[in-house]
Design a protein around this ligand. Structure first.
Ligand SMILES: [Zn+2]
Length: 435
């Protein structure tokens, strides 16, 4: 017998407070590493926040504008999501950080009682500077720094040593982010974990520019710490927010290691960072190497977050090289284009193969969609352009990644990670059923 709507009800998650008003009195941020992978940097652990615990390694679902597109927060809780990440840049522009603060903070605003994270908005603002790729010149040989912007295109962001001036992608209005402004915005948004404002470069920038940028990001990190300390002292009645620094340095080993060491030892007025993000330009082929360089330099007792990855093999690579949490927009983004993850690889439910397939998207999946609906029905919804097509596929994909990372954590703790990795990736990338 198939389960009824009860499957959609939020399941209690260990350590999560059920009432928004309960928090802050007893839980403070902490990270405790547990079981390590033999001979590698990967480990399991537990992050405690004022809104509950995150068992690591953990996938953090991305709700850029305080919503996981097409899916209710209740459904995210039911599928086992532990934490959500929203973006300070987007919420600053719309609806405004003051509105989120007046609502009681990000979690209460979006009716998500669990842990929340905001990223600083640096990446989005800097992306305006390179024009969302489309204004990048294709041939950068012999060009320097800023010359990589294609002729005739206007930059929407300008970086200087004090901050970034940018033009809103919504209405063309002018704004300025500084390290202090980013901290003020993220304090108003009120997430449990916030990020220092950093300069996000691209692989197109020159070595010389990357050196200057890492130094700038370090100076901004110190300003973020000072402002974070000041703001925390101002509102002692609210829950304590943890501040993570962001390690940049692109593909250069010396820059990455130096940036990690410098941020790990940075203390302002007795306050250091609570954890570290690994950001910026990461070539897929170098992902594991760059993560390892950084994690070898960071203190073992601090959590490490990788800002933005996508594929299952990247998840294994990141975790075994020391990443505790990572965010990933792909499960929901590709779901809206009818692409679904399964144990035997990714396929598109929009194709003719699914038209008369009356089995679930993935017979081995325990998600709400796979327990209630057939591939043929989801296929029909996409063809008919019905909105719940995106909802059903997003629930499936988010559950797939949550469950994968839950399994990885269980295998780290059982000492069977290596076997699980070979088995999973062999099936995912090697199956003849992959379409
Ligand atoms: Zn499913």
């Amino acid at each position: 017998m198939r389960p009824g709507l009860s499957a959609m009800r939020p399941q209690p998650v260990e350590g999560r407070t059920s009432d928004f008003d309960e928090f802050s009195s007893h839980l403070r941020y902490s990270f405790v590493p547990c079981v390590s992978l033999p001979g590698q940097l990967g480990r399991s652990g537990v992050i405690t926040t004022p809104h509950g615990k995150i068992k690591t390694p953990a996938f953090v679902a991305v709700g850029t504008k305080a919503t996981i597109k097409a899916v209710l927060p209740e459904s995210m809780a039911a599928l086992g999501a532990q934490a959500l990440l929203a973006n300070a840049y987007h919420l600053y522009l719309q609806p405004g950080a003051d509105v989120v603060k007046a609502a009681g903070g990000l979690g209460r605003f979006m009716n998500w009682p669990g842990p929340t994270i905001t990223d600083s908005g640096g990446f989005q603002v800097m992306s305006l500077g390179v024009g969302f790729k489309k204004v990048l010149a294709m041939n950068v040989d012999g060009l320097e720094d800023d010359d990589v912007i294609a002729a005739g295109k206007t930059r929407l962001a300008q970086v200087d040593d004090d901050g970034v001036t940018f033009t809103s992608h919504l209405d063309g209005s002018q704004h300025r982010f500084t390290p202090e402004a980013s901290m003020q915005i993220q304090h108003e948004l009120g997430a449990d974990i916030i990020f220092a404002f950093d300069e996000c470069t691209t692989l197109m920038n020159t070595r010389h520019y990357q050196e200057r940028s890492v130094a700038r990001t370090h100076r901004w990190a110190a300003r973020c710490l000072a402002e974070h300390r000041r703001l925390t002292g101002e509102h002692t009645s609210l829950s304590h927010q943890a501040l993570f620094a962001v390690v940049q340095g692109a593909q250069y080993e010396d820059l990455r290691r130096q940036a990690a060491r410098d941020l790990a030892s940075l203390v302002v007025d007795g306050l250091g960072f609570d954890g570290y993000g690994i950001g910026g330009a990461l070539e897929k082929d170098n992902l594991g190497t760059i993560v390892r360089w950084v994690c070898e330099e960071l203190p073992e007792d601090k959590a490490r977050h990788l800002l933005g990855i996508s594929e299952p093999n990247d998840i294994f690579t990141a975790i075994e090289n020391g990443v505790d949490t990572f965010d990933c927009v792909s499960p929901s983004r590709v779901a809206r284009n009818a692409a679904v993850y399964t144990a035997r690889g990714r396929f598109n439910v929009n194709t003719a193969d699914s038209r008369r397939n009356f089995s679930p998207i993935d017979p081995d999946c325990d998600c709400y969609t796979c327990r209630q609906y057939t591939q043929a029905y989801v296929h029909h919804l996409f063809k008919a352009r019905e909105m719940i097509a995106s909802t059903l596929c997003t629930i499936h994909n988010e559950r797939f990644i949550v469950r994968l990372v839950d399994d990885i954590r269980a295998h780290i703790e059982a000492g069977t990670f290596a076997d699980f990795k070979i088995d999973f990736l062999g099936r995912y990338y090697g199956s003849s059923l992959r379409r």
